[in-house]
Design a protein around this ligand. Sequence first.
Ligand code: HEC
Ligand code: HEC
Length: 136
Amino acid sequence: MLFNKKMTVIGALALLVLAGIAAASPPKGIYKNLKVLPKNISAEDLDKVMDSWKASLGVRCSFCHAPSKTEARKMDYASDEKPEKDIARKMYLMTGKINKKYFDYNAKDTAVKAPVTCMTCHHGKEHPESTLPAKK
Ligand code: HEC
Ligand code: HEC
C-alpha cells in the first residue's frame, strides 16, 4: 500500500519534470535553414509566403531554389546555392523595415494587410525596373 502511494508520487513528479523540459525547450521547426522567417513557421504559412513571392516576381520556385544533387527531379529547398534566395531574404527584411519605419505597421497585427509587399514593387516581374516605361 505504502509502496504504491510512493510510486504514484514518484510517477507524478517524473511527469512534472518531463512537462517542464518540454515547455522549456524552444519550439522545433520542421525546416532546416530559415534565417529570416520564424523558425517554427507552420507548413501552411510557409507555403503561403512562398506562393506569394513566386506570384509577386512571376517566377517558379526554381528561380530561388536549387535542384537536389542526390535525387533526380527533386528540389533542395534548404540549399543556399542560388544567389536569388539570399537576395529574397534581404528584400524581405527591407520590406519589413519600410513597413515598420514609414507606415507604423505592426507585423504581429495579422488583421491589417502590410502596406508595402513584394508585389508593390515587383508587379509580377523579377526586375521591377523592367515594368517602367523606357526612357526617351
Ligand atoms: C523569390 C525567391 C523564392 C521563391 C520564388 C521561392 N522561395 Fe522558397 N525560400 C526562399 C527563401 C529566401 C527561403 C529561406 C527563408 C529564410 O531564410 O527564413 C525559402 C525557404 C523555403 C523552404 C524551407 C527550406 C528549409 O528547410 O529551410 C521551402 C520548403 C521552400 N522555400 C519552398 C518553396 C516552394 C515550394 C516554392 C515555390 C512555390 C518557393 N519556395 C519559392 C525564397 C524563395
Ligand atoms: C521597394 C521596392 C521593392 C520591394 C518592396 C521588393 N523588391 Fe525585390 N527588387 C527590387 C528592385 C529595384 C530589384 C532589382 C535590383 C537590382 O537590379 O539590383 C529587386 C530584385 C529582387 C530580386 C533579384 C531578382 C534577380 O533577377 O536577380 C529578388 C529575388 C527579389 N527582388 C525578391 C523580392 C521579394 C521576395 C520581395 C518581398 C519580400 C521583394 N523583392 C520586395 C525592389 C523591391
